[in-house]
Design a protein. Structure first.
Length: 395
């Protein structure tokens, strides 16, 4: 096996999951697969930073064996409890019987509640260090980036930051470094990761990044726990995070997302789209049942406007758009404007329900909704066109 050295005597020993297409249950579609990055540090003491998903335990152990007998591992740094990084821990601990697991107090509690292992655990806080010999592990608690237990590990001698999920991407590849892959694909996957996992935590991320910058931490390499390692231009992803966390750059773009029963709401959606276009506003149209929700959420990172449509069904909205709006609510958006539309047969509650959810999601509803009974008439479609035009002027 080709050894991947990410810094002097620090080796990538992770796993590439080429075939995973749904992550976190079904909350995130991973069309490019993913990687679970674990790092082995060879020094007077041996440390493993994070592990991999449980089904890749054997692969991890075999990779470690290329460098050292796994029973010699002294420390296993658990930057994060979630099972895609801790899943192999029970298997490793069966071999590395003398290893100490290191993490935050919340990590200790979380790992116990996942695996119920009677492991030697060292709780660390921000500023605590462990000397491995020539290298030092320095810990930075990072609660809610993105779980309460989350932590970054920093190796000052190598200016290497191991921030677990932060700065990651779900991107399986034979390459490991940012200078080896297509930059557009890399940033697209990084944006998708931020949008789908981190948007609601943006204020915490901004605060943490500010704290890290002010602490004068020098960074040469950022090695996250998913995807590509940033060694050519680590500041590129740090600056992107700062912008995304600030809600920048918001473009004059509109996302038009709808669900239709018999095509009436879809006809309305297309007329609204024409209205947006005539004013020169860029817009993207998504039928929620044909589109990939993870991709739509990524588009929200840069879109100023959201127009949501649904037919009324059983006095409420359709189930596909309901699921989308429920996810949107969790994002706690800022600086976005929106409005609602939809067809109905007799009761017509859908638009009011959409407006209420948009407001709960942090989206400012800037114009009254529009509805059409059964199939939209030509007058209805003209009104939808004007509705789109009017919204475009507010973007
Ligand atoms: Fe990649 Fe929060 O786990």
């Amino acid at each position: 096996m080709k050894k991947v050295e990410i810094a002097k005597n620090v080796f990538w020993v992770g796993a590439v999951d080429w075939n995973v297409r749904n992550f976190h249950g079904h909350t995130y579609t991973t069309r490019r697969g993913t990687t679970y990055n674990a790092y082995l540090i060879i020094d007077k003491k041996i440390a493993l930073v994070d592990t991999v998903l449980g089904s890749f335990s054997e692969e991890l152990i075999e990779k470690i064996k290329d460098f050292v007998d796994p029973s010699r591992i002294d420390y296993i740094i658990a930057n994060h409890v979630e099972t895609d990084h801790s899943g192999a821990l029970p298997e490793i601990m069966k071999i590395a019987k003398n290893a100490k697991v290191v993490g935050t107090a919340k990590c200790k509690e979380g790992l116990y509640r996942h695996y119920y292992g009677n492991w030697d655990f060292q709780v660390v806080k921000t500023g605590d260090t462990i000397s491995l010999g020539e290298k030092t592990l320095k810990f930075i608690e990072a609660p809610m980036i993105h779980w309460p237990d989350s932590m970054f590990t920093y190796i000052p001698e190598e200016k290497l930051l191991l921030p677990n999920d932060a700065f990651g991407q779900h991107y399986a590849s034979t390459e490991r470094f940012d200078d080896e892959v297509d930059q557009c694909v890399l940033m697209d996957e990084a944006a998708k990761y931020y949008a789908n996992i981190l948007i609601p935590l943006s204020p915490i991320i901004l605060k943490k990044l500010d704290e890290v910058v002010k602490s004068g931490l020098e960074i040469k390499t950022i090695a996250p726990s998913h995807g590509i390692i940033w060694r050519k231009d680590p500041l590129k992803i740090v600056n992107a995070y700062i912008n995304w966390a600030k809600g920048l750059p918001l473009e004059k773009n509109v996302l038009l997302v709808y669900e239709t029963m018999w095509g009436a709401t879809e006809k309305m959606a297309k007329a609204v789209l024409e209205g947006l276009k005539i004013v020169g506003v860029k817009a993207k149209l998504y039928d929620i049942n044909a589109a990939d929700r993870t991709e739509i959420i990524k588009e929200i990172l840069s879109a100023k406007g959201l127009i949501i449509g649904s037919s009324t069904h059983d006095n409420t909205i359709l189930p596909g758009i309901a699921g989308f709006l429920d996810f949107l609510k969790g994002l706690r958006l800022k600086n976005r404007i929106g409005c609602a539309f939809g067809s109905f047969g007799w009761s017509g509650e859908s638009v009011r329900i959409i407006e209420n959810i948009l407001k709960e999601s942090g989206v400012e509803v800037v114009q009254p909704s529009i509805s059409a009974k059964y199939m939209p008439s030509s007058d209805d479609l003209k009104n939808c066109f004007e509705f789109g035009k009017n919204f475009a002027t507010k973007i």
